[in-house]
Design a protein around this ligand. Structure first.
Ligand code: ZN
Length: 398
């Protein structure tokens, strides 16, 4: 399917290229599809006959390269213990079943595919958790070079891929130092950046979770969906995914009511929702590393998704998240990242307050496994946060 990029702010149309920002107003860009060209071509039976990866929805994805590391088609399983406890028909979408055990495999698959489409030979990302693993795996499978920046001593990142084209650089500094280093590298080299010029493509990967939920429930959309929200990207893209299923004629409205969970110490989207205003940047101060985003890139879209579907964005007290994470582990056998616990806490709060009614069919998205051990091993080089150290580590300094 053909597609292009469009500025979210001024609606300028941009030809497909690695481009995070609009050339006219510097606003963020999104992928938009040729819906007229798609009319009648994508049916339930066409999709059902295809291989069980996220590429079964290829017409609704912005790349022709189709890197395949086995991302997608994770199980959707009924959860009887929590269904009984909460008087719901609760299902879990187990994103921990992706190749590197989080939904970021979908993100990385799209990022590296877009890199191949546009002739980008080096892909870079900063990571405190699962993204680094996912990008390393997708790059190693394709011969694209990967540069993964992780804060030194980060307890949550465990980049496992040892491959000649994967460079894991432990940066003496914070995640923000890694992001600053990315910007510097971007001004010097024609690389692809998963959270930068490849982001409009990369973040389309997350919506395939919604496509799969729809298909796995026999093309009937659930009453409500609950997931964690940090940048708001996953939440906004899930909502977009359900809307695209109905627009393509694969499922019928109404859309699920969308509920998002944030940690109270980093809850700019939940605060804006509660006060019925737009997003204000906050200083992120939460012990849940995967939810520590104070300036959410898709915050406004996430806020709109919750409002438009009759859902909510809820902030969970920091000291309750561990107990919810434990409850999810005990009742499901899945050991989720703490953001999964936050999502369960939001579901319980929404159920107790009556926002979600008894008997509703609800899907809880378990975004990934509990993070592994700290980054180490012969494939990891420790550097200071400057370009010269990166180039030395890559052997490009002579
Ligand atoms: Zn613009």
């Amino acid at each position: 399917m053909s597609y292009h990029l469009r500025c979210r702010r001024c609606e300028e149309v941009i030809e497909p290229a690695p481009a995070e920002a609009c050339g006219r107003c510097a606003g963020p860009t999104d992928v938009v599809y040729d819906w007229e060209g798609l009319a009648g071509r994508l049916t339930c039976s066409v999709v059902e006959e295809r291989p069980r990866t996220l590429w079964r929805y290829r017409e609704l994805l912005p790349t022709g390269a189709r890197v395949d590391v086995g991302a997608g088609w994770t199980r959707l399983v009924p959860c009887k213990p929590l269904s009984d406890l909460l008087d719901l028909d609760l299902w879990l979408k187990l994103e921990s079943e992706n190749p590197t055990r989080s939904y970021k495999d979908r993100t990385a698959t799209l990022a590296v595919s877009a890199a191949l489409d546009h002739g980008v030979t080096t892909v870079c990302c900063s990571s405190t958790g699962n993204l680094g693993d996912a990008v390393a795996a997708a790059a190693a499978a394709t011969g694209v070079e990967a540069v993964v920046l992780v804060p030194e001593g980060s307890a949550s990142a465990a980049v496992e891929a040892e491959h000649r084209d994967v460079h894991v650089l432990a940066v003496r500094g914070s995640y923000d130092d890694c992001r600053r280093l990315e910007l510097e590298l971007g001004s010097l080299f024609p690389w692809g950046f998963v959270s930068g010029n490849l982001h409009p493509y990369a973040c389309e990967g997350a919506k395939t979770i919604a496509f799969e939920i729809g298909e796995q429930l026999a093309w009937q959309l659930p009453d409500a969906v609950v997931c964690p929200a940090a940048s708001g990207t996953l939440f906004a893209k899930l909502t977009q995914g359900f809307a695209e299923l109905t627009r393509a004629g694969l499922a019928r409205e109404p859309l699920p009511r969308m509920f998002a969970a944030q940690a109270l110490g980093s809850s700019p989207i939940a605060s804006a929702f509660a006060d019925d205003r737009s997003i204000s940047r906050v200083h992120a101060d939460t012990h849940v590393a995967s939810l520590a985003v104070g300036d959410p890139s898709h915050g406004d879209l996430a806020l709109g998704a919750a409002r438009a579907t009759g859902g909510a964005v809820l902030a969970l007290p920091e000291d309750e998240i561990a107990a919810y994470t434990e409850l999810l582990t005990e009742t499901t056998g899945v050991a989720p990242d703490a953001s999964g616990g936050a999502a369960l806490g939001a579901l319980i709060a929404a159920r107790q307050s009556g926002m979600i009614e008894a008997g509703s069919q609800v899907v809880l998205v378990v975004t990934g496994r509990r993070p592994g051990s700290r980054v180490e091993g012969p494939h990891v080089r420790t550097i200071d946060p400057n370009v010269a150290d990166v180039l030395a580590a890559l052997g490009l300094d002579s």
